[in-house]
Write a protein that binds this ligand. Structure first.
Ligand SMILES: N[C@@H](CCC(=O)N[C@@H](CS)C(=O)NCC(=O)O)C(=O)O
Length: 212
């Protein structure tokens, strides 16, 4: 069968989530670095968002749908296990992170990484406006980390693959780095899970490579 093609720039947190999922399952893939709203993305996603994928003549958009497809189409450790409660918790976090956590945090990250200021310096008005939401999400995630140090149940799951790439960016911005530093469970969680090979091997290039 042809190799799965994942489409989207590697700096995207959702692209990294899927790369981690593919690595965790041991699925070979190619990455085509395309930006949101580029022709190859618009051809698959009705709103031009990344990631999208092609597998042979089959195309799909939306990270959770792609992860579910990969899980069923390929052998390897289950991203969505049969256990009803664990699978429910993973789905719950996938929904919460995709619909609220990531969209709340994105404007803050944009203020640093996609500043529209003439000199490219951080957009402090944008950052300040988004900061309370970021702090709320960090506190929520800190409360959510389980006693075993995971987001869902007591093993590394797709829920962790969604949140780690977001935390990786928050760790380098001053206010969110401080907030994570004060969130003891979340700090320990990140320090531990960030050593996972699927996370290390998918470290994205800097955002600056996307400018221009
Ligand atoms: N619901 C989508 C969200 C994907 C998403 O927001 N991707 C961002 C990049 S991380 C994007 O394409 N943004 C461009 C836009 O929203 O126009 C998914 O889960 O795949």
């Amino acid at each position: 069968m042809t190799k799965l093609e994942l489409i989207g720039v590697p700096q995207s947190t959702f692209v990294r989530t899927l790369r981690m999922a593919l690595e965790e399952k041991g699925v070979p893939y190619t990455l085509t670095p395309a930006r949101p709203h580029s022709p190859e993305v618009d051809a698959i996603h009705p709103f031009g968002k990344i990631p999208v994928m092609r597998h042979g003549d089959f195309a799909l958009c939306e990270s959770k749908a792609i992860a579910s497809y990969v899980d069923k189409a390929f052998a390897g450790p289950k991203l969505f296990p049969d256990d009803a409660k664990l699978c429910g918790l993973i789905e719950q976090w996938a929904s919460l992170i995709t619909t609220v956590v990531q969209p709340t945090i994105m404007p803050y990250l944009r203020g640093y990484f996609f500043s529209q200021m003439p000199d490219g310096k951080p957009d402090h008005a944008m950052i300040e406006a988004a900061l309370p939401g970021v702090q709320t999400q960090i506190a929520l995630l800190d409360r959510a980390v389980t006693n075993s140090g995971h987001l869902a149940g007591d093993s590394f799951t797709y829920a962790d693959m969604l949140v780690l790439p977001i935390l990786d960016y928050l760790k380098v911005c001053p206010e969110s780095r401080d907030a994570i530093g004060g969130a003891k469970k979340l700090s320990t969680y990140f320090a531990t899970q960030a050593q996972r090979p699927s996370f290390v091997n998918t470290t994205p290039p800097p955002f600056s490579e996307l400018r221009g």
